[in-house]
Design a protein around this ligand. Structure first.
Ligand code: GAP
Length: 429
């Protein structure tokens, strides 16, 4: 874990939030490579679950919502973790994560109390109870309150889903394990609406879809385990939940969740808002409140599981090396272009030409002319760039039969092949 956290910081994937002020616990800033990686994962998810399907709609709802929505959903009264405070040092812990005594000073704990995890804020100039709102603790809330809007605008036929990617906020008592448990994080969520009797088949379909997504991202099937969450351990809205757990470096922990939320949310919002959220089923002529299956993907946990999966140490040419074995779809940089020597203008000009040609087709291309070629390869390996392209004197026609060819070096094997530039460009693009 330490190696992953250190590489993530050193190479510009993930920095501690507000670091120059000593940080802010539970917050993380994604650097230049981290944001590319994150965007690639979001795009894969969006494409797979929204754009390539005919039964899905996308949404980008506001983070701040009318607080009545969180009262109706049960979050104001019930979205809490058990908290204990040490009588001696006053430190606070999650009751289910500590033993009998304070781990810091050995003091006694006071009574266990419920701590609501929603961040409270005020909307508008008045700072009183009437202006209280919350930062959303799950993106799902924005989906349920837009159910009627989407039905009215698009008349989708059941079953259909609404998908959203966005930030969620939870005032975790004990943020820990890098981006695994943060106070500000991103979710990719789907509410998939079905006829009440058809929830079982949809649940099974989404169970398979979760694994299919992991495969596309590059999280191996063998590291993901399904846990049927027992009665009493499920969220208040769920009649069935499967947790998809991943073998993180700190243990087997929840990566994603899949829940059958029944008609709990639509019914609760209908009752609380007074707006009819039922659906008229053209097929049967019946009017009813649809039930919902919810696959919920944590984006930051996807990134951590992926980093843990692709982090590789091996030996190449007798030297130890570290590389990230990203597949091309998620790799933040798809290829790097080098001139063999940076002080030969003709090599630099040709390399710039190849770089620009590639960058027009795929923007995630990097230029590097720093240090010797071996060092450049190692730097690209460490950030998971699948290919390096080197422009040398043969590219310029020193051996006429090799003019307009370059070397293409494979990250995983370290092997180089010579191919025409056109061929290289079309292979990478
Ligand atoms: N809408 C359902 C829901 O929010 P959840 O199990 O509380 O269910 C869903 O959260 C997913 O969000 C989790 O499986 C995890 O991937 C991610 N997640 C939850 N809390 C998180 C946190 N504090 N930091 C990072 N990711 C978190």
């Amino acid at each position: 874990m330490e190696k992953i956290v250190s590489l993530a910081k050193r190479r510009g994937f993930i920095y501690p939030g507000s670091e120059i002020y000593g940080g802010l616990s539970g917050t993380w800033d994604y650097g230049p490579l981290g944001v590319e990686l994150k965007n690639n994962i979001k795009q894969l998810w969006w494409r797979m679950f929204v754009q390539e399907r005919d039964d899905m709609c996308g949404l980008d709802a506001a983070i701040l919502m009318n607080p009545k929505a969180w009262e109706a959903s049960g979050h104001v009264s019930g979205f809490s973790d058990p908290l204990v405070e040490c009588k001696k040092c006053k430190r606070r812990f999650r009751a289910d994560q500590v033993g009998e005594k304070c781990p810091e000073c050995g003091g006694q704990f006071g009574e266990v109390r419920q701590f609501n995890m929603m961040f409270k804020t005020h909307v508008g100039a008045a700072e009183d109870e009437s202006s209280v709102s919350y930062l959303r603790p799950e993106t799902a809330g924005g989906i349920f309150v837009n159910f009627k809007n989407i039905v009215d605008s698009f008349h989708p036929k059941l079953p259909f889903g609404i998908a959203q990617i966005g930030k969620a906020f939870r005032n975790e008592i004990a943020p820990r394990d890098f981006v695994f448990r943060a106070r500000e994080f991103e979710q990719m969520e789907i509410e998939y609406f079905v006829r009440p009797g058809e929830w079982g088949a949809a649940f099974t379909e989404w169970q398979a879809n979760v694994h299919a997504f992991n495969e596309v991202v590059g999280i191996p099937r063998g590291s993901v385990h399904e846990l049927e969450v027992a009665d009493g351990d499920r969220a208040h809205y769920s009649k069935r939940t499967i947790d998809f757990e991943f073998d993180f470096p700190f243990g087997r922990k929840e990566l994603y969740g899949l829940a059958y939320r029944t008609d709990f949310d639509l019914k609760a919002h209908a009752e609380s808002s007074g707006v009819d959220l039922s659906y008229l089923d053209d097929a049967s002529g019946e009017r009813f409140v649809p039930h919902v299956i919810e696959p919920s993907f944590g984006l930051d946990r996807t990134i951590l599981a992926l980093l843990a999966s692709v982090y590789t140490e091996d030996e190449l040419g007798g030297e130890p090396r570290v590389y990230l074995k990203f597949n091309s779809a998620v790799a933040p940089i798809k290829a790097a272009v080098f001139p063999l020597l940076k002080n030969k203008p003709e090599l630099v000009a040709k390399a710039r030409e190849v770089y620009s040609m590639l960058k027009k087709q795929i923007p995630q291309i990097m230029w590097d002319d720093n240090g010797n070629i071996g060092k450049r390869y190692r730097r690209q390996d460490e950030i998971g760039t699948p290919y390096c392209i080197t422009i040398d004197f043969d590219t310029l026609g020193e051996k006429p039969e090799l003019a307009d060819t370059a070397t293409l070096r494979d990250r995983d094997t370290g092997e180089q092949e010579r191919a025409s530039i056109d061929n290289i460009v079309s292979r990478i693009a």
